[in-house]
Design a protein around this ligand. Structure first.
Ligand code: 13P
Length: 361
């Protein structure tokens, strides 16, 4: 461990850091539009639309054809494999539409969550086999960053040491493979919001998960300046009877990050994890206003909290498409303000909850 065999050249490191900094430039976050075919099916089912390749393409087009208002709000878009090779109605590849806005293209490369036998229902994430070859191809096809999601459950018996160590290792191994191919890894260790635990318990578990993750990242010689972290916010479990303010969530979240995430990490972009659109924006704003020293940009990489209103507005009808695109633009603009601590809120705390238990992606 004390001898160095450099994994990356200076030029490779420079490229990785430049990509990461472009994605999280001030006022920018990420649109996670990388739902697998199965996850997209659940979303479309909610609005009574059939889960066909064409309908998935139509909905992605609603997001991707947003006008230049999103150029200063969105630094990266995460694609799913299928979408990377799809085209808009006019024949333009989605990848080119996004790149033409100056937005960086990313790709989900994990192959989903699988059981970890011998644990109380815990999981790891598969997809390392062939990852190096897939990264090489995706880089040629326009992707400059990637995403890999691992999940942790909070209960009296979880997360276990095995789950924490196994998932930390797989995230670090994935990161190291991506970096060899000039792809910035987004590292996503999601502590799920299911349960009745309080805010302190989530904060504690988040700290332990992140501390183990960064030990593994160091063991695997990952170049932290060329990585992005996508964590959960520290929030109470969805069935916790105590309700916490955005300021309390922010303090718990920033405290957990400060205790476990090295300042060398290029940036932190939160997942929305089933929070309502408004809640995700208000919490992100509070995190940015939190009066603790924060050595990284703190922004968003939202899926549901950027897409929920657009999906509901569209409902599969052609005549609703541009109103749906406007809904997406609105969320992008609001979160752009929130990641700078400049969002005043819309005063609507009744906005729709989008939480589902045991969420898969
Ligand atoms: P949510 O913001 O919907 O939690 O999803 C983000 C994501 O990319 C999960 O992997």
């Amino acid at each position: 461990m004390t001898h160095q065999f450099p994994a990356l050249t200076g030029a490779q490191k420079k490229e990785l850091q430049e990509i990461a900094l472009r994605i999280i430039a001030p006022g920018k976050g990420v649109l996670a539009a990388d739902e697998s075919v199965g996850s997209m099916g659940k979303r479309l089912h909610q609005i009574g639309v059939e889960n066909t390749e064409e309908n998935r393409r139509q909905f992605r087009q609603i997001l991707f054809r947003a006008d230049e208002r999103i150029n200063s709000c969105i630094g990266g878009v995460i694609f799913f494999h299928e979408t990377l090779y799809q085209k808009a109605d006019d024949g333009t590849f989605f990848v080119n539409m996004i790149q033409d806005k100056g937005i960086t293209v990313g790709i989900k490369v994990d192959k989903g969550v699988v059981p970890l036998p011998g644990t109380n229902g815990e999981s790891t994430t598969q997809g390392l086999d062939g990852l190096s070859e897939r990264c090489a191809q995706y880089k040629k096809d326009g992707a400059n960053f990637a995403k890999w999601r691992c999940v942790f459950k909070i209960s009296d018996t979880t997360p276990s040491t095995l789950s924490i160590e196994e998932n930390a290792n797989v995230l670090a191994r994935y990161s190291s493979i991506c970096q060899q191919h000039g792809i910035v890894p987004i590292v996503e260790p999601e502590v799920l919001p299911d349960g009745d635990h309080d805010l302190r318990r989530c904060q504690y578990v988040t700290e332990k998960v992140l501390a183990a993750l960064y030990k593994s990242m160091s063991d695997h010689h990952v170049y932290l300046e060329g990585t992005l972290l996508k964590p959960n916010m520290a929030t109470a479990g969805n069935s916790c009877p105590t309700k916490y303010s955005a300021e309390e969530v922010a303090m718990a979240t920033v405290t957990a990050l400060r205790r476990s995430v090295p300042p060398a990490v290029a940036g932190v972009m939160f997942l929305s994890g089933g929070q309502s659109e408004e809640e995700a924006s208000v919490n992100l704003n509070a995190i940015n206003k939190c009066p603790l020293v924060k050595p990284w940009p703190l922004t968003f990489s939202y899926g549901r909290a950027l897409q929920a209103s657009a999906l509901k507005t569209w409902c599969g009808h052609k005549e609703n498409e541009s109103a749906a695109t406007d809904q997406f633009i609105k969320r992008a603009e609001v979160n752009s303000l929130a990641c700078q601590g400049k969002y005043a809120g819309d005063g609507d705390d009744e906005s729709d909850q989008i939480y589902v238990s045991n969420h898969t992606y």
